[in-house]
Design a protein around this ligand. Sequence first.
Ligand code: FAD
Length: 393
Amino acid sequence: MTQAPVIVSGAGPVGLSLACVLAEADLPVIVLEAEPALPTNLRASTFHPPTLDMLERFGATEKLIAQGLIAPTFQYRDRTGEKLGEFDFGALADVVRHPYRLQCEQFKLNFALAEYLADRPTAAIRFGAEVAGVQQAADGVSVTLASGETVAGSYVIGADGARSAVRQALGIPFEGFTWPEAFLVVSTDFPFEHHFDGLCWVNYFADPDEWFFLLRAPDVWRVMFPTGPEESEADIFDPAKIQRRLNRVLPRDEPYEVKHTTLYRVHQRVAERYREGRAFIAGDAAHINNPLGGMGMNGGIHDAFNLGEKLVRVLRDGADPALLDQFEAERRPVALQYVNDITIRNKRNLETRDPSEQAAFRQMLRETMADPAKTRAFLLRASMLASLGVTGY
Ligand SMILES: Cc1cc2nc3c(=O)[nH]c(=O)nc-3n(C[C@H](O)[C@H](O)[C@H](O)COP(=O)(O)OP(=O)(O)OC[C@H]3O[C@@H](n4cnc5c(N)ncnc54)[C@H](O)[C@@H]3O)c2cc1C
């Protein structure tokens, strides 16, 4: 009898990573994607060291490196441009094969993973297949598409993003909060690196009036600003106002050439459960956070490898299905404590108006840089290696 496929809802980085783990083990897997093709919208641009190590076996890391920028260091500065701290992932070269962040658009990963799946005989991606409902029996699941068709499988994984239809079908609460300010990302090809001494590819600027971060994607700089809760969308996208924002980063006589703008709402939410019988949720479907630290997609890909490898052990190697309970036990605390803690603290450090908190942040950076053991512990957390149990000693 042929084995029913594992059904993955969503062909984002998380769903495709999970499908690769299963397909590599010759397990049948079908990815159902609502869109007619792989989305190419601009979202994540940072890949952390352990994520690059994980994706290597699918040939994806090599393709990302060829299309991206290696960023060994990251910096904290204040609004005057003064460097407050700089850290080098090279200090982790003994525990990771890619001791750097890679700056590359997330959609390029999706293409690389889809290419891997195209060569695997047990894997399929179906586009224009929007998942609308999930039904479960003792020995399998069936998924209803918006078209009314049903697809039968052994397990279903909702990797269908923050508004996950699978999470909603399972009735799992998505607890947490939404930040009052939306975040504006402005892309420009202006060469900021020629105007700030020693600027690297990943830079966080602290400022009590308007913090921002400056990240290099392969072709453009991306500047991310918080917007005020009182600002309307028309206000935020007003070209003159965007120029004023960019001029506070670096004053210029000429206008900046803006290549792209995106505004998005930011949340800190973690699902109450990651599993309901034969259904699981992973990635943004299970947890979302602010982008300060680049942990959303990376953490989601780590979920995918964790769950995928457990499914391989159960479905291919005959391990006790109780093993699958470990997925939530291992991954939910990472989202709830580790990622929430780091991303909320990162935001607070950049925005605080409290002079004692500002002084404490600067002091923490100085002490961390002065002590190799502290630097290493800091980098293990910033790279997400610590969330995977790597202590480095
Ligand atoms: C501006 C911005 C910058 C970011 N920067 C970073 C960063 O640098 N580093 C980082 O780690 N994270 C970052 N993130 C977060 C990151 O983009 C997400 O965490 C990541 O996309 C989550 O991947 P996912 O596969 O879980 O979900 P998604 O990427 O949202 O993919 C979900 C997929 O499911 C499909 N889908 C949705 N509903 C259905 C349905 N009902 N049926 C079938 N398919 C469906 C969607 O079309 C989509 O293809 C950023 C986010 C934004 C917005």
